[in-house]
Design a protein around this ligand. Structure first.
Ligand SMILES: [Mg+2]
Length: 227
């Protein structure tokens, strides 16, 4: 007799479910401007980094001590700026295939959550703008831990709690090699999708279980649910 396992899916947000059209970066710049008096502290790409890693790098670039209080203040200011930045981001979009894939996963009984470097309030603001606010009952977030593997662990733990003790497999879906490495660190399967800045060959280099050009791909559901 085969034992039915529940699949816990942890979706990354930026570059995987949606593209913010620069709103996240604009909000970080606005926060740095307000608190550090300058916004030239982000000479790096944000993709795959957690919010607290981004804030830490900004503080160090500005010659400030990245104390917990300074980090929290920068993140709080970022969150204040995020809603208006999201509202005025004309290039904001939900990525191809996302809505129907979420429908299909729910139809197959998967537990669909988040595994994102965004702090929860930021993730929820972006998902609300995308019309996906109600889709994710749980997750691991950038406010759980600065390290991506640790926040995925938190998301997987919350998913397992919902599965009420049954057998589970955890699958991470993300758009960067950071998502792949962190998924491996917690022993999860991982599907990489080339809708962020990394193309398929760059993602192949991180050796995920599958690489998809986008989530509209006919293989997306099978790749995620593969035992
Ligand atoms: Mg991403």
């Amino acid at each position: 007799m085969s034992v039915k396992r529940t699949t816990i899916v942890l979706f990354d947000v930026d570059g995987t479910l949606l593209s913010c059209g620069g709103a996240g970066r604009a909000a970080m710049r606005s926060a740095a401007n307000a608190l550090l008096g300058r916004e030239d502290v982000f000479d790096f790409r944000f993709d795959g980094l957690t919010d607290y890693v981004i804030a830490r790098r900004a503080l160090v670039a500005a010659g400030r001590e990245p104390s917990p209080a300074a980090l929290d203040a920068l993140i709080d200011r970022y969150l204040e700026s995020l809603d208006p930045a999201l509202e005025r981001a004309p290039a904001f979009r939900v990525l191809p295939g996302v809505t129907s894939l979420l429908d299909a996963l729910q139809g197959r009984g998967a537990l669909v959550g988040l595994g994102t470097g965004n702090v929860e309030r930021g993730a929820r603001a972006k998902l609300a703008r995308a019309g996906l606010a109600e889709r994710f009952a749980f997750g691991g977030f950038g406010c759980d831990h600065e390290e991506r593997a640790k926040l995925l662990e938190a998301g997987a733990r919350r998913g397992r709690a919902l599965a009420a003790g049954g057998a589970c497999q955890v699958v991470v879906v993300g758009d960067t090699p950071h998502d792949v490495t962190a998924a491996r660190a917690i022993g999860a399967r991982v599907v990489a999708v080339a809708t962020g800045r990394h193309d398929e060959s760059a993602l192949e280099g991180a050796a995920p279980d599958a690489v998809l050009s986008n989530l509209e791909h006919t293989r997306a559901l099978d790749a995620i649910l593969a035992a």
